[in-house]
Design a protein around this ligand. Structure first.
Ligand SMILES: Nc1ncnc2c1ncn2[C@@H]1O[C@H](COP(=O)(O)OP(=O)(O)OP(=O)(O)O)[C@@H](O)[C@H]1O
Length: 436
């Protein structure tokens, strides 16, 4: 009976005892983690199945729902990276509940929500959101939650962090996913273009106008209107935009009929809109209309731990498109990890594109990246020869750890083993160096 009860859940669901052993798992869980029959799951450790680890995840620096629920008896929610049946990383939100077993014993019930969805696995069309750092998991979770509502979402982040990709992510998971996703570049909207672009025009509306044109606002009916660089919209046009967003009503230029479109707005900016409101450069009423939900997208340098996975995925894409095999040397990954990427993921993409073009044999070394001289990377501390150019020990250690992480695919236990330190110590170092 318990099995059929948990099989009702569409999402993976698992019951775990106080020794981290699986007591029952539903069909969705067994499918997700590559286990076809119930018997192959029962009795196995949860950390082994979903994390591919040999010890509980809190020993690897993670916030473990098992520990929390057994300690307090209260529900606990966390964001984790799990490894699916094929060993591919996926972003998940886990809600752990205390559940009473048949004999009155305390069990942990884990409801697992896959943030990016299994349908994205292997998706190579450039729309897959790659990132497993805590900052990125938090952002994806916020995007997923905002998708379920019809509220305005404002995406704030530096150029190239992936705001347009995030807007697609929201649209694709919203009830409007079958409608159109229409992007408007607000930097191109002038007084003269605003109405024709957004509302379209009727035939002969102005000199030289031949046919009827449907505007972007109308195209986005039942879908999502993505207002890119919304902070660049002149004040005069902000009032017009607010009016149409509030009423949903508009007229094509040269038209007499009032039309209506039902759009959901996702806006993006790399400017501080709140400050712009304070400075009188952005209308407060429009700000509140757009920023009902505000999501900050972290810069790449704030989630360096994601660089190897991102570089790997982008390189695979480039190689597939170019029809040749390429791989990066350890020095090259090291070099990427040390660089600040002011242009974020777009810059990373360009750096790799150039490197692929420059590498004759498909091997991408630090030299091909053109970011930092290889000689700086492996500078060893040298008592006699130490000069002012010798990097401080902290920097050397940070680079060393980053290098090991890249070499071991982000596997912290293996990195700790190689360094001869405990995972706890490694975790503290990762936090200190901003690598976690
Ligand atoms: N998490 C991610 N995983 C993989 N690729 C990504 C990710 N985020 C962004 N990209 C890629 O990086 C490039 C830049 O992304 P995007 O155009 O969405 O950035 P943006 O923040 O909208 O930039 P801008 O502010 O300059 O318009 C795109 O090619 C996109 O596919």
């Amino acid at each position: 009976m318990m099995q059929s009860l948990i099989d009702v859940h569409d999402n993976p669901f698992v019951l775990i005892d106080d020794q981290y052993r699986v007591v029952a798992a539903n069909l969705a869980y067994r499918r997700a983690y590559g286990l076809d029959s119930a018997s192959s799951v029962i009795g196995r450790h949860c950390y082994e199945l979903s994390h591919h680890l040999e010890s509980p995840c809190h020993l690897h620096g993670e916030d473990c729902p098992h520990r929390q629920v057994f300690a307090s008896g209260e529900a606990h929610e966390v964001l984790h990276t799990h490894y699916d049946a094929r060993g591919e990383a996926e972003q998940v939100r886990i809600r752990g509940h205390a559940i009473q077993g048949i004999n009155g014993e305390l069990l942990l019930g884990e409801a697992i929500h896959r943030l990016a969805g299994p349908e994205e696995k292997g998706q190579c069309d450039g729309r897959r959101m790659i990132g497993f750092s805590p900052a990125y998991l938090k952002m994806i979770d916020q995007l997923g939650k905002s998708a379920a509502t019809d509220a305005g979402v404002l995406l704030q982040g530096e150029s190239g962090v992936g705001k347009e990709l995030a807007a697609h992510f929201v649209h694709d998971r919203s009830p409007r996913a079958t409608g159109a996703f229409v992007a408007v570049d607000c930097t191109t909207l002038t007084e003269t273009l605003f109405e024709t672009e957004l509302f379209g025009h009727e035939r002969g509306a102005f000199t030289g106008c031949v046919g009827r044109r449907v505007g972007l606002f109308e195209m986005a009916d039942q879908g999502t209107l993505f207002l890119d660089e919304v902070g660049e919209l002149p004040l005069g046009l902000q009032a017009k935009l607010l009016r149409v967003l509030e009423s949903g009503e508009f007229r094509r230029v040269g038209g007499r009929v009032t039309l209506h479109a039902d759009v959901r707005v996702v806006a993006a900016t790399n400017r501080n809109l709140r400050q712009m409101v304070a400075d009188g450069e952005f209308r407060q009423d429009l700000y509140y209309r757009l920023a009902c939900i505000m999501v900050e997208l972290p810069a790449l340098r704030e989630r360096r731990a994601d660089i190897p996975a991102l570089a790997d995925a982008l390189l695979n894409r480039l190689c597939r498109d170019g029809g040749r095999a390429c791989y990066m040397t350890r020095e090259a990954i090291d070099c990427l990890l040390r660089y600040d990427f002011p242009g974020n993921i777009r810059e990373l993409k360009n750096v790799l594109q150039r490197a692929v073009a420059l590498s004759g044999d498909g091997v991408i070394g630090a030299n091909q990246l053109g970011l930092c001289p290889t000689t700086q990377l492996r500078a060893a501390p040298n008592d006699q020869g130490a000069t002012n150019d010798t990097p401080p020990l902290r920097e050397l250690e940070a680079n060393y750890i980053a290098d090991l992480l890249a070499r071991h695919g982000g596997h912290r236990r293996r990195v700790a083993d190689v360094m001869g330190i405990s995972e706890r110590t490694l975790y503290r170092k990762l936090k200190r160096y901003g690598l976690g």
